[in-house]
Ligand binder design. Structure first.
Ligand code: FMN
Length: 198
């Protein structure tokens, strides 16, 4: 292994474009006026083992305002072939507020919350707003309680199916922040210690 110097990084500027971060990439859908909005988010994660899901959002985004108003949203996990349509959901709005980038994303009504699900995704979470935590600089954490969930059957783990085969057949989309993406087609069983327990 070649040795390399350890260099200090400035902490008075954002660190997150200095190296690659492995992140998910989800589409958050919200009710907006008589229709809906959809926006990609990569700063997103389950929060603990109960069914809470959170993501970072700017109060300047319509997504934030829509959730503040309606207190519901859905989280949709796009598949690798949807990466272009996913990116289009972050495109600019026209003067009348319409986001033409959303035209590439077909939707259907959610089952329990008053919002839409994005067709073609692998996993769908329907969330009621748990809380918004403001004040992480210019950003906020939006946390939802998952009140309904669904998934493509082919994307689900099962005792009859080898996990590695599943990953190969249904590769999860990852966002390599900043600005790259990948589809995970191979994986390895994690080498847990023999006495590990959660
Ligand atoms: C790949 C990608 C990842 C993004 N991740 C986030 C994120 O984690 N948090 C965030 O606030 N914005 C994120 N954005 C930006 C917003 O989703 C984007 O500005 C969106 O258009 C906001 O739309 P809205 O005003 O309709 O909510 C991301 C954009 C892209 C293209």
């Amino acid at each position: 292994m070649t040795d390399t110097a350890i260099v200090p990084l400035r902490t008075d500027a954002p660190l997150w474009d200095r190296f690659f971060l492995v992140a998910p990439l989800v589409l958050v859908a919200t009710k907006e006026d008589d229709g809906h909005d959809i926006a990609p988010k990569h700063m997103a994660s389950p929060l603990g083992w109960q069914n809470y899901y959170g993501f970072v959002c700017s109060p300047k985004h319509a997504t934030y305002r829509n959730i503040e108003e309606h207190e519901e949203f859905t989280v949709n996990f796009p598949r690798p072939e949807q990466v272009v349509a996913t990116s289009m959901a972050a495109s600019a709005r026209e003067d009348d507020g319409r986001k033409p980038g959303l035209d590439a994303l077909a939707t259907r009504p959610a089952t329990l919350v008053d919002c839409v699900l994005v067709e073609g995704c692998s996993v769908f979470l329907e969330c009621e707003l748990e809380r918004i935590v403001d004040g992480f600089g210019d950003n906020s954490l939006i946390v939802g309680r998952v009140v309904a969930a669904s998934a493509r059957e082919d994307a689900l783990r099962s005792p009859e199916r080898d996990d590695n085969d599943l990953v190969h057949a249904e590769p999860p989309l990852v966002y390599l922040s900043p600005g790259r993406f990948g589809a995970v087609t191979t994986s390895h069983a994690f080498p847990f210690s023999i006495d590990f327990s959660l």
